[in-house]
Design a protein around this ligand. Structure first.
Ligand code: PBG
Length: 332
């Protein structure tokens, strides 16, 4: 009886889901290796690789090891990366941030010497790994001060541009830093160095593993006086307008997974490409669930990254890029 029943349905959405080929034909978004940027943590010294307890599968690398790893990843189709320094020396002035012989400028020079324009090198610009208090700007009377911090960030961006970075990426969330960095770069003649602005960067619990990896947790207080309040959506568009006016070449929403609405808003308004940062806590959440056998890592990762693309991101910074390439999860 039930086996013979026929509904009179002119609309049957399942017709477009019938075979893999039909599904591919009508897919609305795609995810490829070219959309992904691999994050890396750079150690001082040589010939060292350290596991990061809170980020399974990711290691902090010295420059020589980083160049080797980046070469292997590049051969498999990972064509861009983002660098974060893990300096040993920290002080109140974030001196390490402007040292041309620091691990990050050395890494940029080494990567560019080896791979030239075959590899896009992006570098995080922030003071938190270099300050002894771990805040993203200078601290005076217990407050993170804006304008002196911006001056330091602009100097840091100059050092990285001089080393050959393709994009400098301010993640500090001070007011006016994109404009100050653009002016500083242009004054030095670095008119081709791009700025990827961390435009809507929220004060998020999902940065926990990163702060362990980079040793950049604030020594007191929190980052809520400069990073955005997770309750706010409209404010992201204000930050977007400012960063575009100040000369950002690429704009970012961070984190990604809990902020898909913000990615969609920014993508609708932005006239430059939109980047989303699939942050450390999002990565480690998937890794941990996979290790516990709760769900398949490849399937979860591709669903998460695909959702970020569907929300409107052009590019995604993710710690899963190299693994996706090595294990053949994605086409170039
Ligand atoms: C530096 C910075 C952070 C991240 C990127 N740049 C940490 C923070 O703001 O505390 C987080 C990235 C991640 O969690 O993967 N300001």
């Amino acid at each position: 009886m039930t086996r013979d029943s026929r509904l009179d349905l002119p609309q049957r959405p399942r017709r477009l889901r019938r075979t893999p080929l039909v599904r591919d034909l009508v897919a609305e978004t795609d995810l490829r290796l070219r959309h992904l940027v691999q994050g890396h943590f750079v150690l001082p010294g040589a010939d060292r690789a350290e596991d990061i307890a809170t980020m399974p599968g990711i290691q902090r690398l010295t420059v020589d090891r980083l160049v080797r790893r980046a070469g292997e990843d590049l051969a498999r189709g990972v064509r861009s990366l983002m660098l974060f320094g893990v300096p040993e020396d920290k002080d109140g002035e974030a001196s390490g941030a402007v040292d041309p012989d620091g691990e990050v400028p050395r890494a940029v020079r080494a990567l560019k010497a080896e791979f030239g324009d075959e590899l896009v090198v992006m570098v995080d610009v922030c003071l938190c790994p270099y300050t002894d208090h771990g805040h993203c700007g200078f601290v005076e009377d217990g407050e993170v001060v804006n304008d002196p911090s911006v001056a330091r960030l602009a100097e840091m961006a100059e050092v990285l541009a001089a080393a050959g970075a393709d994009f400098v990426c301010p993640s500090d969330m001070m007011d006016g830093r994109v404009g100050a960095i653009r002016a500083a770069l242009d004054r030095r003649g670095f008119t081709s160095t791009g700025i990827l602005a961390y435009t809507a960067k929220y004060a998020s619990a999902f940065y926990g593993p990163f702060r362990d990896a980079a040793g950049s947790a604030p020594g007191f207080g929190d980052r809520k006086s400069y990073q955005m309040d997770p309750r706010n959506r409209r404010e992201a568009l204000r930050e977007l307008r400012l960063d575009l006016d100040e000369g950002a070449d690429l704009v970012m929403v961070k984190p990604a997974l809990a902020y898909l609405d913000v990615i969609a808003d920014v993508a609708a308004e932005s006239d430059v490409p939109v980047v989303a940062y699939n942050v450390s806590g999002e990565y480690s959440m998937v890794k941990t669930a996979a290790r516990e056998g709760l769900a398949d890592e490849r399937a979860m990762t591709l669903e998460v990254l695909g959702a970020i693309r569907r929300a409107g991101a052009d590019l995604i910074i993710t710690y899963h890029a190299a693994q996706a390439a090595a294990e053949g999860w994605l086409d170039r």
